[in-house]
Write a protein that binds this ligand. Structure first.
Ligand SMILES: Cc1cc2nc3c(=O)[nH]c(=O)nc-3n(C[C@H](O)[C@H](O)[C@H](O)COP(=O)(O)OP(=O)(O)OC[C@H]3O[C@@H](n4cnc5c(N)ncnc54)[C@H](O)[C@@H]3O)c2cc1C
Length: 382
């Protein structure tokens, strides 16, 4: 589809190179990772060796100071491939920015280079068994003891939960009287920290190759200098980064929906029923026309947001609209496309089946559709 974004020659070359790289690196292995419930660590190393991890970081931290278009391309191409369990976009554009924006010079020098090389994989741990949408009610607590912070609590649904070497953890600090929104701080918990353990991978209906897990902090000790930014500012920091997080979700869903349409077009041209191709039936034509129209609307909206995000505009309300509408629409598109495959669409051998299963979570994580709608109406003064 024609894009209104100002991609330059180097971006187009990069897209081709990255597409070739993922086809070569992932190839036919993806179903094996789905069976294992995890992406092999050496795949992350290959991404790092080829400059595909945190490409926007400064050269001194191992990056190449690439603009946001490179992040867009990486997210879109992974989504198009259907490598939905390989959470490179989470690592690159959701977690690493916390370290980059709120870390001290020392912290950035310590943690960003291994993130760029693929030696360290990132996760962010906000959600708890009793605190998902209502994050302010989290119970995980961090208490300062001399030159250490001691963390106690439990996190759940943490993406890259098993692979992660560096976890940005949100925990309560301050006294019980501190207002909830001023009581959250962010900490970096590294692999091997005493008292830090992980549960079994959570079994899910989609994102099968993603090692989503529970994390436990049992008198977990981390050095005092592992706090990110200022104490009590964690909630504000999380809010500041949600625009990009939701935009990444929306643009990944948009690219996945576009791939669903392509796969479906290929199929309906080939498949014959009652002696003629599926394309000759009005129902097929109507479904394709509806899906194509929705994709065109989504594409225009999301590209506009990418442009505004890149010039630093506040598009929090609009990214919530996009996260809600594009993710809901992509879920419905995957469903309607699958229907045109008949029984084959239900078989995991056909990529449309994975697109369908993986689209389901997009309306839940990074803020549910309902929470997105609440933010939209609040910003309208309701
Ligand atoms: C595969 C997967 C990966 C994830 N990865 C991460 C991760 O890496 N890090 C992390 O911290 N979290 C992660 N999450 C957690 C995710 O962000 C939460 O699941 C999500 O925020 C919803 O929280 P909850 O599951 O507790 O649902 P709840 O908050 O219990 O919501 C249940 C229902 O109530 C609705 N609801 C809630 N509040 C309101 C309201 N005020 N008005 C109307 N309706 C409301 C919700 O929309 C939802 O439909 C992940 C989740 C999944 C499934």
């Amino acid at each position: 589809m024609e894009r209104s974004l100002d991609f330059q020659e180097e971006h187009l070359i990069f897209r081709d190179a990255f597409r070739g790289f993922i086809h070569k690196t992932i190839g036919d292995d993806y179903p094996l990772w789905e069976d294992a419930g995890i992406v092999p660590r050496d795949v992350w190393k290959k991404f790092g060796e080829n400059g595909y991890l945190v490409p926007w970081a400064k050269e001194e931290y191992g990056g190449s100071e690439a603009d946001f278009f490179y992040s867009v391309i990486i997210t879109e191409e992974l989504a198009r491939f259907g490598a939905s369990g390989l959470f490179v976009p989470l690592h690159n554009d959701i977690v690493a920015p916390y370290i980059n924006s709120f870390g001290t010079e020392e912290q950035k020098k310590k943690w960003l280079p291994p993130c760029a090389s693929g030696d360290a994989i990132l996760a962010v741990a906000m959600t708890e068994p009793d605190a998902g949408s209502d994050l302010a009610s989290m119970k995980t607590r961090a208490v300062r003891q001399g030159n250490k912070w001691i963390l106690n609590g439990q996190k759940t649904f943490i993406s890259n939960g098993l692979l992660a070497d560096i976890v940005v953890v949100a925990a309560k600090t301050g006294s019980p009287e501190t207002p909830p929104h001023q009581a959250v701080s962010l900490f970096v918990v590294e692999r091997g920290a005493p008292g830090f353990s992980r549960g079994e991978p959570i079994k899910k209906i989609g994102l099968k190759a993603q090692d989503t897990a529970e994390l436990f902090f049992d008198d977990c000790e981390i050095p005092a200098e592992n706090i990110l930014g200022q104490e009590g500012m964690g909630f504000l920091y999380l809010m500041q980064k949600l625009q990009q997080e939701r935009l990444i979700c929306a643009l990944g869903s948009q690219a996945a929906a576009e791939r669903c349409l392509e796969l479906t077009l290929e199929y309906v041209k080939e498949r014959k029923v009652f002696g003629k191709p599926l394309t000759k039936y009005q129902n097929t034509q109507f479904v394709i026309a509806e899906v194509a129209s929705e994709i065109a609307v989504g594409r225009s909206f999301v590209d506009d947001l990418i442009r505004n995000h890149m010039i630093g505009k506040d598009v929090v309300k609009e990214t919530c609209m996009a996260k809600y509408w594009i993710c809901e629409t992509a879920k419905s598109i995957a469903d309607r496309c699958l229907q045109l495959f008949g029984g084959y669409g239900y078989c995991t051998e056909y990529p449309i089946a994975r697109f369908y299963a993986d689209a389901r979570v997009q309306t839940i994580y990074a803020g549910t559709s309902e929470i997105m709608k609440l933010i939209v109406t609040r910003s309208m003064g309701l």
